[in-house]
Ligand binder design. Structure first.
Ligand code: NAD
Ligand code: SIN
Length: 471
């Protein structure tokens, strides 16, 4: 949060200030990153990989403290924060494999003793802009592949989670990666804007809302030299056809909609259920939602979900729920907020079938809209009634139904009998429409962290003009 000249981080579960800092200097940071890039890009690939493997050991050494910090600053339960730390560590080996597979080195001999080769060069200084919901794992998902490729990094974290970003960057330094190769630049959207526009920044790797991503895209539209990867939000559908496994179907819906208090880009926002399965599934989802423990991240027993990030987010979600009700939505579970001074929200479920126009917005929290449809045709049309296209899932149905769903639904992740979220780092991760700009992250991050250079070479010039010469 920005308080005048100061940046402060407020613990969602308590309202206490847990970190204070000031905004960084964009010009100074970019100058340092340029110097860092010159040295880092010259390091052999094997050395860069070795230092990143050391980074994993450093994170492992501090894993308990790291998870506690993530839990405090985001409000997510400690068990879940531990899974984020595990994802940070897992990223390195996945990215080393991806670098070799996606951007490796190839060479073949051609005539006259020459060779054709393909190698990849780093872009230079990369700005990584991160969101608050995974303040370590998601920036790290850009940083690690970009470092392997030889870029230097400026991380501009969310102003809501600066402490985790500092911790992450310190782990790179403790591993032996120089201070000017990975830096943290604190600040709000204005710092992000200045960084994105800086002429000495060669690439922008953004994870956040469609609103900010589009603003970045617009800003850089006349600058094709800068590589821009945009990982944005979603208004993700989970479609339910009949299955005898009702409890499992309900649990899959709950995981999709309410994990991380619904603060995942891949969270299911819309449960689209066919008429003949509605009375089996929807009461089961409601009953399970009513049992979810919502509490502070270190509570015992551990909660399923913690608070949303701050009171402003909780207010907005509350307003959105009321707005859906005022348009004719039928609440199945109210989005209760037991303490109006804290952002702890109980999961909200609302049937919006009768709404004439359903708002196509990302409601980033524990709020699930339910739509009743006649059949799979209508379900697919409803699933596609969005400008976003990040993730989608089908529950129940046959292999043929899933094949049709896969072909006709517009999204970058299309699952069957699995949640819409929990994407694997070992697969490409990205969406279409307002969800991304066709530069998927995770396994395919290697593609935007380096550019291909094709070379045709031989040790001596050997050429003759065979045609078109005067005697
Ligand atoms: P946000 O867009 O508000 O902020 C993200 C980052 O961009 C922050 O560092 C912020 O300071 C910066 N920023 C904001 N406006 C900017 C601008 N005009 N120019 C440059 N930088 C700017 O996002 P958030 O609220 O922190 O995170 C939640 C959002 O992130 C949700 O929409 C969620 O779906 C999305 N998200 C997407 C993915 C994905 O991989 N597709 C993953 C996680 C979260
Ligand atoms: C996210 O990046 O917000 C969630 C990733 C996932 O759980 O699929």
């Amino acid at each position: 949060m920005i308080l005048g000249e100061e940046l402060v981080s407020v613990e969602p579960a308590t309202g206490n200030i847990m970190w204070r800092g000031v905004a960084g200097d964009v010009d100074v940071t970019v100058d340092r990153a340029r110097q860092g890039f010159r040295r880092w890009a010259m390091e052999p690939l094997a050395r860069r990989m070795e230092l990143l493997r050391r980074f994993v050991n450093v994170v492992r050494k501090h894993d308990g403290a790291f998870a506690e910090l993530i839990a405090r600053e985001t409000g997510k339960p400690l068990w879940e924060a531990r899974t984020e730390v595990a994802a940070v560590m897992g990223k390195v080996e996945i990215s080393i494999t991806a670098y070799a597979e996606r951007t490796g080195f190839t060479r073949r001999d051609v005539d006259l003793g020459g060779s054709m080769s393909l190698r990849h060069k780093p872009h230079g200084v990369m700005a990584v802009l991160g969101p608050y919901n995974f303040p370590a794992h998601l920036p790290n998902g850009h940083i690690v592949p970009a470092l392997i490729a030889g870029n230097s990094i400026i991380l501009k974290p969310s102003e809501k989670t600066p402490a985790v970003a500092d911790f992450l960057v310190r782990c790179f330094h403790e591993a032996g990666i120089a201070d000017d190769v990975v830096q943290c630049l604190h600040g709000g959207p204005d710092a992000g804007k200045a960084l994105v526009a800086h002429e000495d920044v060669n690439g922008v790797l953004f994870t956040g809302s469609a609103r900010a991503g589009i603003a970045i895209n617009r800003k850089l539209a006349s600058n094709p030299a800068k590589i821009v990867a945009l990982e944005m939000g979603g208004n993700n559908p989970i479609v339910a056809l009949p299955t005898p496994l009702i409890a499992d179907a309900a649990a899959t819906v709950i995981q999709s909609a309410f994990m991380t208090s619904g603060q995942r880009c891949t969270a299911a926002r819309r449960l689209i259920v066919v008429d003949r399965f509605y009375d089996d599934l929807v009461p089961a989802v409601k009953a399970l939602a009513d049992r979810l423990i919502v509490d502070e991240p270190f509570a015992n027993p551990q909660p399923f979900m913690g608070p949303v990030i701050d009171n402003a987010a909780a207010d907005q979600l509350g307003d959105a729920f009321l707005e859906l009700m005022s348009r004719g939505g039928r609440p199945l579970s109210h989005l209760r907020r037991p303490d109006p001074n804290l952002p702890l929200l109980e999961p909200g479920i609302i049937d919006v079938t009768t709404l004439e126009e359903r708002p196509d917005v990302e409601l980033f929290g524990p709020l699930l809209q339910v739509v009743r449809v006649a059949d799979l045709d209508e379900a697919i049309a409803e699933a596609n009634a969005t400008r976003y296209g990040l993730s989608a899932s089908l529950i129940g149905g046959s292999p043929e139904d899933y094949e049709r769903f896969w072909l006709e639904v517009n999204a970058g992740i299309i699952n069957w009998n699995k949640p819409t979220n929990g994407a694997s780092s070992a697969a490409p991760f990205g969406g279409i429409g307002l969800s991304g700009n066709h530069r998927p992250a995770a396994f395919y991050a290697a593609d935007y962290c380096a550019y291909p250079v094709a070379s045709n070479t031989q040790e001596q010039p050997r050429a003759a003009i065979a045609m078109g010469l005067r005697d």
